[in-house]
Design a protein around this ligand. Structure first.
Ligand code: BYC
Length: 326
């Protein structure tokens, strides 16, 4: 139904909306009322939400792959169980988010088609490989840490179904962040080899984690409108700074070094100033040319094809049950 909308640039001039309806809508947003699925909303608000929520859902689904890589190789049974539980949570987040997107009049099949055909984005971070077990710690600590920073404000998003879905997601992300930090702590306090693995994981995941927050504010095409409509509560740079300020002391506690020679604490502002982010790398990953883009999509497409017979069998069984009940 709204498949085209995903590719449409939300920043493009809005289609003419009834000015009275638009004013009432903005007044509701300004009064912190939640917008619900059957309420009137501008077409562009709907498009923005479908784009953001579905990309978020795709990120959760693709985000299972880098961790899935380590389930059989996690060092103990307890570590395997924790990793499995985390991955299962991520599948659940994907389901929640697809359901929230469906309330906007788009089907899950359409959204999935956008992902599998490569037309929809998912978070850049999941196009990086997981090379050692410490990466499970770095992902939990940094990637889930960044996700929480971004998603806590989404619990106050103006669109009711998205905001409500975020509440459970954030609680679970908080567990994930802690299990990641616990892995980093165990490794940082372990043997010299384990400390080196933890540092290596931090070195590789630090900059990609900063990129999760999106382009610099001056290049963020959607932020202005999304902030006006209270879909986003903070800008990309604002959240990135909050994340850095929270995370640098955690790295110090671990005794690890953030791989940024320009990182320094500014006494005047009370913030950690960071070095230059490699936006060329970010743009390459977004354009499909990151280290694992092709592998991630191929894996997802293969899983879709392999599961075809299961979906057909389930649909045939449901049809049989309906017929028997009629
Ligand atoms: N990666 O105007 P902007 C997780 C795109 S899941 C890829 O600033 P916006 C987890 C952006 O889509 C984490 N693309 O956009 C899961 C736009 O492209 P289009 C996922 C990015 O929407 C498993 C263009 O760049 N979290 O945590 O205002 C295991 C211009 O950007 C990225 C969410 O999805 C990126 N990093 O702001 C562990 C949260 N950044 O659509 C953990 C919800 C930007 O015009 N999403 N782009 O083609 C958001 O909060 C916002 O969409 C963003 C971007 C802050 C990401």
């Amino acid at each position: 139904m709204y498949a085209q909308a995903l590719n449409a640039k939300d920043a493009a001039p809005a289609i003419a909306e009834d000015p009275v309806k638009l004013a009432v809508f903005q007044a509701r947003i300004d009064a912190e009322e939640k917008i619900e699925p059957n309420d009137w909303m501008p077409a562009q608000y709907r498009r923005t939400l479908i784009r953001q929520i579905s990309q978020h859902a795709h990120s959760e689904v693709i985000g299972m792959q880098p961790e899935g890589n380590w389930v059989t190789r996690a060092p103990t049974l307890a570590r395997k169980a924790q990793l499995l539980a985390k991955i299962q949570d991520e599948a659940g987040h994907g389901l929640y988010l697809y359901s929230a997107a469906e309330t906007l009049g788009v089907s899950r099949e359409e959204l999935y088609d956008q992902l599998l055909s490569g037309r929809a984005k998912y978070s850049s971070i999941f196009n990086y490989p997981t090379l050692n077990y410490a990466d499970m710690g770095a992902i939990g600590w940094l990637v889930d840490g960044a996700a929480i920073m971004n998603q806590i404000p989404l619990c106050r998003c103006s669109y009711g179904p998205y905001a409500r879905a975020m509440i459970l997601v954030c609680k679970e992300e908080s567990f994930h962040q802690r299990q990641g930090y616990a892995i980093m702590l165990a490794m940082a306090r372990g043997t010299a080899e384990q400390r080196a693995m933890a540092q290596d994981a931090l070195d590789r995941f630090w900059w990609p984690s900063l990129m999760m927050f999106g382009p610099h504010d001056s290049n963020s095409v959607h932020s202005e409108l999304s902030m006006k409509w209270k879909i986003k509560r903070f800008t990309n740079d604002g959240l990135r700074q909050k994340f850095i300020d929270a995370t640098v002391p955690q790295a110090h506690y671990l005794g690890l070094t953030i791989p940024d020679p320009d990182l320094r604490f500014d006494e005047a502002t009370g913030h950690w100033e960071h070095g230059v982010i490699d936006w060329d790398e970010f743009n390459r990953v977004l354009a499909g040319d990151g280290p694992c883009n092709r592998q991630r999509l191929k894996h997802r497409r293969d899983a879709e094809a392999d599961g075809q017979w299961v979906r057909e069998a389930a649909a045939a069984y449901a049809a049989k049950q309906r017929k028997a009940a009629a």
